[in-house]
Design a protein around this ligand. Structure first.
Ligand SMILES: Cc1ncc(COP(=O)(O)O)c(C=O)c1O
Length: 422
């Protein structure tokens, strides 16, 4: 039985834990949970912020440190294949986002890759004066777009998500959007928006921070131009894991990104004095890669080996859909709102609730081992990584939330004090 059938299993009018267990019994991805080292007693609903640790990572890191670095020393750049890691890991990620292997590379952070691609996109559309973005995008996307606009003498215009299509006109050089919104979990129609942007001659940069590893997307089928995304969220690469960048093959020869470091040079080890961009995606590189982060990410990506992405999507929708139904069923009257679309096609792999005491409620949940996060002003955010969560986890998380609300546990003073990272 595949997981498409999980999502379509007829569910009883009133859901109970036994029903959740029956869904888990049919789950073709259930065994993948064993690929992760999750602490006992924790239900981890924050893989949209920092993914859980795949068991393959520590061994790989130990080898990289104790053999390749300590013994191999500088020789490992060649002997342990350190040097081609950005391309190799990029090719692995390409399989999750509908790209060709040579169109994706791992480098820098998402913010920096966005900067490089925004400047490169403006250079491909000289004379156009607008970077179009969305209100409510993740702040770094807006900050970087404003910074690039100031540097380049163009304007950064942000419109609400439902105005994006109408705002696309012949003055727009580049549109920059996040495919799955970090707060609401709402998904844009990548194909329709990219098509419309191309009709007016604009380019599009998709931020896949909340897409890659959480749900499939098909960059090339949508004729996407560029994309960026995080290695540490649903790709589980660990804190500060490097980011990935996608450049469609048709833009490879004309792409001129602004941070012209030696690793993006055609002949880095010729040590010439003038910059000549490397052919292909390699020109997105800047300086020496964060190798340890790359190795952790590479090992982490093995959890996706042999995965059917449609099964991943079906299970993710089954988990998020169940969570929404259980919130309706178990938590009516406690003041929660739903900030995420109910419609499957519009939902990524997270569910966000609103509540005026959201921060304290999330802290009380974390103290009970149910880890989500809070986004100001009032969003309780729950990410559902389908490779390591079960339907029973969803039931138990909602039962814990109900307990926190019924017992007013969130009112304890220690849950009111804001921490540095929410
Ligand atoms: C949509 C989006 N883009 C970018 C980032 C972060 O970028 P960086 O890795 O440069 O900190 C996040 C982090 O949560 C995000 O949600």
């Amino acid at each position: 039985m595949n997981s498409a059938s999980i999502a379509s299993t007829v569910s009883p009018a009133t859901l109970d834990r036994a029903h959740c267990l029956s869904l888990d019994a049919q789950d073709p991805l259930a065994a993948r949970r064993e690929l992760f080292a999750l602490p006992a007693g924790v239900i981890y609903l924050d893989g949209n912020s920092l993914g859980a640790m795949p068991r393959a990572v520590p061994g790989r890191m130990q080898k990289a440190i104790e053999q390749e670095w300590a013994v191999g020393l500088i020789r490992s750049w060649n002997d342990a294949d350190w040097y081609p890691a950005p391309q190799r890991v990029g090719a692995r990620i390409s399989q999750l986002i509908g790209a060709q292997g040579h169109e994706v590379i791992v480098a820098d952070s998402t913010s920096v890759n966005l900067f490089k691609l925004l400047v490169a996109a403006l250079r491909l559309r000289p004379g156009r004066k607008t970077i179009l973005g969305e209100n409510g995008n993740f702040p770094t996307d807006a900050y970087i777009a404003s910074g690039v606009a100031e540097l380049s003498g163009v304007q950064h215009r942000a419109v609400s998500p439902d105005e994006v299509m109408a705002a696309l006109n012949e003055d727009v050089a580049v549109l920059t959007l996040t495919h799955v919104n970090y707060k609401s979990g709402q998904v844009y129609d990548m194909a329709a928006i990219t098509r419309r942007a191309h009709e007016v001659g604009a380019l599009v940069i998709w931020d896949l921070a909340h897409t890659a590893g959480a749900m499939p997307c098909d960059l090339n089928a949508c004729e996407a131009d560029f994309a960026v995304g995080c290695g540490y969220k649903y790709l589980n690469g660990g804190p500060g894991a490097p980011s990935f960048a996608f450049v469609a093959q048709r833009h490879h020869d004309s792409l001129r990104q602004p941070i012209t470091g030696w690793h993006g040079h055609a002949k880095p080890f010729a040590f010439g004095q003038s910059y000549e961009p490397a052919p292909g995606i390699d020109r997105m590189l800047v300086g020496t890669a964060p190798q340890m982060g790359l190795f952790a990410l590479e090992a982490a990506l093995t959890v996706f080996d042999g995965l059917d992405l449609q099964q991943l999507r079906a299970k993710s929708l089954s988990l998020t859909g169940l969570f929404i139904r259980l919130i309706d069923q178990e938590l009516a009257g406690f003041g929660f709102g739903l900030a995420t679309p109910r419609e499957d096609a519009l939902r990524g792999s997270q569910v966000s609730l609103t509540h005026e005491q959201g921060y304290a409620i999330v802290q009380a949940l974390i103290a009970r081992g149910v880890i989500g996060d809070f986004r100001a002003p009032d969003i309780l955010r729950f990410g559902f990584a389908a490779l390591y969560l079960s339907h029973a986890d969803v039931w138990d998380a909602v039962a814990t939330l109900k307990d926190v609300m019924q017992n007013k546990a969130w009112q304890a003073p220690e849950f009111m004090a804001k921490k540095a990272v929410t």
